[in-house]
Design a protein around this ligand. Structure first.
Ligand SMILES: Cc1cc2nc3c(=O)[nH]c(=O)nc-3n(C[C@H](O)[C@H](O)[C@H](O)COP(=O)(O)O)c2cc1C
Ligand code: SF4
Length: 430
């Protein structure tokens, strides 16, 4: 039996309730507490990239709200479903919302009630394919105990980082805020819960079926199923649902298998990590196993790179884009990422000069951990892991040649690259 994130055509609310049953009643504090206990028992970990335990976040928002009440500064918390899907290589969240909007909205409703929120938002970026289906679904839900509104922040990569999302909902500016985290001080200073839409769909099923049911699938450290975007040089690029802990090679098979011999994989998305082809042969798709193999499960992207594609040319395209997505608030991010992108570009173009790779490695060490959010860390890891996974290709490029000069394979999806200057950095975040 599937844990229930079926990728079918979108259903009406009555069809949805007929399939999944009604939502549990959370009208008393005891019932709300029990839901969080069930989420803990389920071992649900967030599917937005960090795989953080969901019950811990729910409790943190509750505790933050309680301490504010004690200080008589209490305003109710707010809950936000993160359906932004900022990772260009990921399509699982839009696929889920398009196919099953009410499951996500059920999860948001339960999560919002469990933290005592007075209102909730579901955020998808402007122009998202999920906008229409969510608009329709919300029209069928005027009885939700916590009112939910659809919001459309700008389609910038860091706009979907949780503090940026809270910033936009409160002040209309989608830049990350630090050092406070949203559970402490989010929208207008209120304790704010931000959960990925897939996490919420799982929570909706745990609310109905319980934590033990959820644990019937997946692995001990990360129970349940997960959606995976499988793309690149595979027969059927698709979103698949698998138990967490499924063998990576089985996941590839579900997408029809590779179309050609592979050089490696991008794991997790653009804030993730490259690994060379053999590295994932024994791995299973769970955070710990993928990490042991040198990758990152992150936003659950598995992108296969075929031999007909130069990894450094792809790295160049993605790194330039990531550099242009900085919010321009922190020096190491604003100035470091364009310098890194410049070095990667020289390397990809061939014959970069003997100093470029050592300088690049040094620059990577200077940005990681030094931003207000994890954007520079993700970009630095993307580049550092490519240098390791494709070290032979790096050597070839240093010597002025390339093993795939035609570069004919599938390209990683890269939206329009912005050139980052002090003047342009903060534009387009409203
Ligand atoms: C640069 C950046 C971009 C992010 N983009 C997304 C996103 O598009 N969707 C998402 O759910 N989480 C994204 N995250 C993670 C969120 O900050 C947050 O941790 C997540 O929404 C929490 O949900 P979860 O606990 O259910 O995983 C991003 C993080 C960073 C640093
Ligand atoms: S690290 Fe970069 S993206 Fe993150 S807050 Fe600082 S400038 Fe913005």
């Amino acid at each position: 039996m599937s844990t229930g994130v079926p990728l079918l055509a979108s259903r009406s609310r009555s069809e949805h309730v007929a399939q999944f049953g009604p939502l549990p009643d959370l009208s008393s504090p005891e019932r709300r507490g029990r839901l969080i206990d069930e989420v803990e028992r389920a071992g649900l970990r967030g599917r937005g990239g960090g795989w953080f335990p969901t019950h811990a976040k729910l409790r943190a928002v509750n505790e933050s709200a309680a301490s504010r009440r004690r200080l008589s500064r209490g305003r109710h918390p707010i809950a936000i479903a993160n359906g932004m899907e900022g990772e260009p290589a990921s399509s699982k969240d839009v696929a889920l919302m398009a196919a099953n909007p009410h499951l996500v909205l059920d999860g948001l409703s339960l999560a919002a009630q469990s933290v005592g929120a007075s209102d909730a938002r579901i955020a998808v970026h402007r122009g998202s394919a999920a906008e229409e289906v969510l608009t329709r679904a919300l029209r069928e839900r005027d009885d939700d105990p916590v009112p939910i509104a659809l919001v459309l922040p700008p389609a910038r990569y860091v706009a979907s980082e949780e503090s940026a999302l809270a910033h936009w909902v409160g002040d209309g500016v989608a830049t990350p805020v630090f050092p406070d985290r949203p559970f402490q001080k989010g929208v207008d200073g209120r304790p704010t819960l931000v959960q990925n839409v897939e996490t919420l769909a799982h929570l909706a099923l745990i609310g109905r079926n319980g934590g033990d049911w959820f644990r019937e699938r997946g692995c001990t450290s990360a129970p349940g199923t997960t959606l995976v975007t499988v793309a690149g040089s595979v027969v059927r690029p698709s979103v698949v649902e698998v138990p967490v802990g499924t063998a990576v090679l089985d996941i590839l098979d579900q997408a029809g298998g590779p179309t050609q011999p592979l050089l490696g994989y991008l794991t997790g998305g653009y804030g993730g990590a490259w690994v060379s082809a053999g590295q994932l042969d024994e791995a299973t798709w769970d955070p710990e196993s993928v990490r042991s193999a040198g990758g990152v499960i992150g936003a659950s992207v598995l992108w296969a790179l075929g031999e007909d594609t130069c990894p450094l040319v792809e790295l160049d395209r993605v790194t330039s884009w990531m550099a242009g997505e900085s919010a321009g608030q922190c020096g190491p991010c604003m100035f470091g990422l364009p310098s890194i992108a410049e070095d990667v570009h020289r390397l990809a173009a061939g014959a970069p000069g003997a100093d470029v790779v050592p300088r690049l490695r040094q620059r990577l060490g200077l940005v990681a951990g030094r931003g207000g959010c994890k954007h520079p860390d993700g970009t630095a890891r993307l580049v550092a892991t490519a240098l390791d996974a494709f070290s032979k290709e790096v050597l070839r490029h240093e010597q002025g040649s390339c093993s795939a000069p035609e570069h004919v394979g599938p390209r990683l999806p890269v939206p329009e690259t912005r050139s980052l200057t002090a003047d342009t950095a903060r534009k387009d975040f409203r």
